[in-house]
Ligand binder design. Sequence first.
Ligand code: ZN
Length: 464
Amino acid sequence: MWTALFNWLFAKHVGGTFMLRIEDTDQKRFVEGSTEKIFEALDWYGLTPDEGPQQGGQFAPYVQSERLDRYRQYAEQLVTNGKAYYCFCTPERLDQLRAAQTAAKQQPKYDKHCATLTSDEVATHKQAGETYTIRMKLPESGILVHHDIIRGTVKFQYNVLDDSVILKTDGYPTYHLANVVDDHDMGISHVIRAEEWLPSVPKHLFLYEAFGWTPPVFAHLPLLLGTDRAKLSKRHGATSALSFRDEGYLPEALTNFLALMGWHPKDEQEIFTREKLVEQFSLEGINPSGAVFDRTKLDWMNGMYIRALSVEQLLERLRPFWKLPDEKHEDSELLNIVRLIHDRLVRLTDINDFANFMFPSVWDTELPTIDRAIFVPKKGTIEATNHHLEQTAKWLSAYNGEWKSATLKEQMIAAIASMGKKNGEILWPLRAALSLRAASPDVFDLLEVLGKEESIRRIEHVCR
Ligand code: ZN
């Protein structure tokens, strides 16, 4: 999704077209339903293609398995021009070759066994019904110089490269052929892709030259690293892209975060609207030495975006994640709770842990177990704490004033002072008794949300 985002940002920045092409020619690796996952993920991130399988467009079809005839035609054209050849080697022969090369501590590489077959020999093999692949016929020596927008000048030696298969025995093209052909046919100007394709660049440039086409501009993104700067092993496909949604991140926070991963804007700003990102993005601003995936920063950024929402907007975002203890909750009640946690929420999935204890009915079915350690303030004792809680329950029972956070605060703080106590001695255990957790909203807000009866019930429960 990171790669898709950079492609999208670049296309929007230059006023180009963001095109989605489904590359499904590797039938062994193709997973049922994965195309739908890609549509879903792009949609969630707001990276809707201008052209693609769903949108259509002048270069349809945008699914490679629907374009097989073209690849065969183009592969045959290369054979005719002497830039590719039929290979009738069996898998057994190729296995033996690889084993022998490995044993001799050589880099495994196809030995051009079929490169010199005459047209008569090819005809004989074909008549015998043997299956074949088509391989590109790379030069045996020479150096290729490639200019990459992100990497700068990269040099490759032809003599270490393999005559890769471009058309497989099942008639499907490999990535090398399918991409070069489609990028040309679809008028692709810029190829922005993962680092892993950099070693294939000379093969692709060879194919462009063999066809007599002008290659597009290439930009190979940096490696994705963890905060320890070790390479991230997990593949970042559509499924993992959607897992961020399920973990409670906001799409606008994620795109902001991903854009800054490996790309540096001119100033030190970190929070960008989509429009600002498009305006400022440049391929030249991408650091080739690796992009660090920092989960702590993502959490921080998600919190910033949550804070920027109104409580009403936040409630709408929370609904899919919020497992309410029962069904009878008015929006006004939910909004009161959301208001209390708005400042602290990091991910939408936190809502159940942060908020559900604030429903008065939540202790009805099961009284929670109590961790005494969280009640006792610094320098306090369990005995004194229990005594203070009992007194607080009595005070609240007798209280007849308005049951509002601000009024309760004013009245209680005055009462604590008149008893000669410190605020912390009374309010710390009270907050813990109401929430049963170490971190929670302000104690007076909690009193208001829980109501008088439930507040007293909770205090009595923990004193028991
Ligand atoms: Zn062969």
